[in-house]
Design a protein around this ligand. Structure first.
Ligand code: HEM
Ligand code: HEM
Length: 296
């Protein structure tokens, strides 16, 4: 653990205390007649346009699982970069391959090299997901179409927090809170990770050097914290609100209570663990040596 990041660990106990207090407040709020009639008026789900696709196509399932796989290793390498410890090796691109530049390539730690390789794969997966969303019409499930998504999301939020979940069926459509959270993750947080990351990289153009590096780095770390926080809440709610059915949606492409989705999800976890174990410095250094020179 690094001294620079140790203060961030305080977020865990602080988060837990705030959560318990918020649950108590939400439970009290639900006893108030005004809140009860608000929830009747706005149960949590907005109208969806006719013709919106139903269910989860196979490409979406694959891309969602790949996204989790890449993010796990991206967060790990980001953490290693931020740790300030001396990296096990350094990589300098050989300037004679497909990519050739006028200026001599700069030296990168092996962690930065792997971070960037994973980022490229993650961004490719993400751009393909965007394209397929819009080509298939699946975006209609993800982008709120009217402003009443705000009161619906607020209502769903109070219901979740009071531990008395909104009844809804994610197979047909998401509730307001899901729309806002998923929409923010896909259309705001992910591009923000990319643009702040590019500013920190050596390919950032000289003419745009006036974008300050230090605040950008801080923002890049906050985007990581957002992704971690989102994932904890998201996976927590997936398990709390009907694990088998939810997992069948995203990992089985079916809307029933069989065990298939859970088994496929467990398989994806095994792949993530294997990826984590294989990505040792010795293996990474050998892979990096294919495209550059290595210094210890
Ligand atoms: C999407 C494309 C991304 C690019 C191009 C990118 C690029 C970079 C670069 C160039 C650095 C600085 C390396 C150095 O100090 O030399 C960095 C650091 C880092 N990245 Fe990324 N990154 C991306 C996505 C992400 C994502 C999605 C996360 C987490 C969810 C993340 C987490 C981090 C962290 C924690 C650091 C260390 C910051 C520090 O404390 O100095 N990055 N990234
Ligand atoms: C690895 C553990 C994860 C599990 C078990 C999981 C599970 C699920 C499930 C079941 C759904 C469908 C929800 C429903 O039917 O109501 C879903 C949707 C979604 N998840 Fe995850 N998820 C995981 C990780 C992540 C991560 C790391 C991210 C991004 C940071 C993410 C982003 C999303 C998004 C954006 C959607 C909506 C996708 C769409 O419909 O286009 N998930 N997830």
């Amino acid at each position: 653990m690094t001294r620079r990041w140790t203060p961030l660990l305080w977020l865990i106990p602080i988060g837990l205390v705030v959560l318990v207090a918020a649950v108590l407040v939400a439970q009290w709020m639900r006893t108030l007649p005004d809140i009860q009639s608000f929830i009747v008026d706005y149960p949590g789900e907005t109208e969806i346009p006719p013709g919106t696709p139903v269910g989860f196509p196979w490409w979406l399932q694959w891309q969602h699982a790949l996204n989790a796989f890449f993010l796990l290793l991206i967060v790990r390498t980001g953490w290693q970069i931020g740790s300030g410890k001396r990296p096990p090796s350094f990589w300098t691109r050989r300037n004679d391959g497909v990519i050739r530049t006028k200026n001599p390539p700069k030296r990168h730690s092996i962690h930065v090299w792997f971070h960037l390789v994973l980022d490229a794969l993650w961004v490719f997966n993400g751009v393909l997901y965007w394209v397929l969303l819009f080509v298939s019409g699946q975006w209609l499930r993800l982008v709120p179409m009217s402003w009443d998504v705000v009161p619906h999301a607020l209502s769903a939020f109070i219901q979740y927090l009071s531990l008395d979940w909104p009844v809804h069926n994610g197979w047909i459509h998401y509730n307001g809170l899901q729309l806002l959270m998923y929409g923010f993750t896909v259309f705001v947080a992910a591009p923000l990770a990319l643009f702040t990351g590019l500013r920190l990289s050596t390919i950032w153009p000289r003419a745009l050097r006036w974008v300050p590096e230090k605040p950008t780095r801080t923002l890049h770390v906050w985007v990581m914290l957002y992704f971690i926080g989102f994932t904890i809440l998201h996976v927590g709610l997936i398990f709390a609100t009907g694990a088998l059915r939810n997992l069948n949606h995203m990992y089985g492409g079916r809307d029933d209570e069989s065990w298939i989705g859970l088994v496929v999800f467990a398989g994806s976890l095994v792949v993530m663990i294997v990826g984590w174990v294989i990505a040792r410095p010795a293996v990474l250094t050998r892979l990096a040596a294919l495209s550059g020179t290595i210094r210890r």
